[in-house]
Design a protein around this ligand. Structure first.
Ligand code: TRP
Length: 356
């Protein structure tokens, strides 16, 4: 990709030649609560690392959050600021990244409407992530809101409205990207055009962080999350209470590293891989207590979280300024989506009053 970018530059970077800086990222989060380590490892770190290289859009998916919170809009509203603070705190920089609110880009709702016609009910019902979420939320039979079952279609609209090439997400979002790719292909084939761009999932090396309870996924609603804004005290307490190897009862006992969330977190955050390897071997052999390992995790994690928390507190002093950043970003995002919608309407031959 680098060589391509160089070539385009050497050629004077004509308007149509895709240089690397024109590659686009779109990703986002539902503002249902403050963001946690799972978001950080799965996606936020990548966004920060890539934002200078890619044209980056980061979206607060309030409309998606409403698909299972229709009767609780205040929760979503309150979390807009929380999530924005998390973004800024981890280093998502409004100079490089457009931060915006999904529902205010109404073109996304319009595009969703057209995509609904390209996807069968059987196809939406096959989405493993949505199936899990339906179970988790306790919807029985067909009592699940239509908007919830169909949110992956709306997510395809989010991604494609920005012609995103790359979508940095955790592994649970892969089925969404797969559907988006299918919709792109179906759309371009059906309307005999090349308006839409196929996205790729950008997966980090650690695609899923377990909860502090050892559960499969860290999630605020499951109560097993460490939030980015958690205080030192809270982080210490959560690590102290973390699930480890239940058979590792005495210090002398050999312990299991695999599936042990304390080691999963160390894998994600400890930069000294060599020492971590030694630690793992010692744990497996026996003679290394959970408290020692947890102490190390506490140090490593606080070293990462302290500066994030400090930046968060700094930005939190001026919420009006944060809201202005989002408002500006939303304008920019809306213009980008409107351009795609214009092309979409033309391809679909519903651009009745546009002169060709
Ligand atoms: N479904 C994503 C989540 O739960 C949030 C989201 C909405 C998203 N639209 C998106 C992510 C578009 C990537 C691209 O985390």
């Amino acid at each position: 990709m680098t060589s391509k970018a160089t070539t385009a530059k050497q050629q004077g970077g004509s308007k149509d030649s895709p240089t690397k800086t024109q590659q686009i990222i779109l990703t986002g989060d539902r503002p249902t609560g403050p963001l946690h380590l799972g978001h950080y490892v799965g996606s936020l770190r990548q966004r920060v690392a890539l934002q200078k290289e890619y044209k980056t859009f980061v979206m607060m998916a309030d409309a998606q959050a409403l698909t299972d919170n229709a009767n609780n809009p205040d929760k979503i509203r309150q979390n807009i600021l929380e999530v924005a603070l998390d973004y800024l705190a981890v280093g998502i920089d409004p100079k490089h990244t457009t931060i915006f609110i999904q529902s205010l880009v109404t073109e996304l709702a319009e595009l969703t409407m057209y995509y609904l016609n390209l996807v069968t009910i059987a196809r939406v019902q096959r989405n493993p992530t949505v199936k899990d979420e339906i179970k988790q939320r306790g919807y029985s039979g067909e009592s699940v809101p239509t908007g919830f079952v169909c949110y992956p279609i709306s997510q395809a609209a989010d991604i494609t409205a920005f012609k995103a090439n790359l979508v940095p997400v955790g592994s649970d979002q892969v089925p969404m990207i797969e559907l988006a790719v299918e919709i792109v292909r179906t759309f371009n084939r059906t309307y005999n055009c090349d308006v839409l761009v196929e996205p790729k999932a950008g997966l980090s090396d650690i695609t899923r962080l377990p909860g502090t309870d050892g559960g499969g996924k860290m999630s605020k609603s499951l109560g097993n999350a460490i939030s980015l804004g958690d205080s030192t005290d809270v982080v210490q307490k959560k690590i102290k209470g973390m699930y480890t190897d239940p058979n590792h009862l005495r210090v002398e006992d050999p312990g299991t590293v695999e599936g042990n969330p304390v080691f999963a977190y160390l894998d994600a955050f400890d930069k000294d891989k060599k020492e971590l390897q030694t630690l793992k071997e010692h744990y497996r052999r026996g003679g290394l207590g959970d408290t020692v390992v947890k102490k190390r995790l506490t140090e490593v994690l606080l070293a990462e979280l302290d500066p994030i928390r400090a930046r968060r507190e700094e930005f939190a002093k001026d919420p009006a300024q944060v809201m202005r950043i989002i408002e500006e970003g939303t304008k920019v995002a809306r213009a980008a989506a409107a351009q795609t919608l214009k092309e979409v309407r033309q391809a679909m031959r519903i651009d009745y009053f546009e002169s060709r």
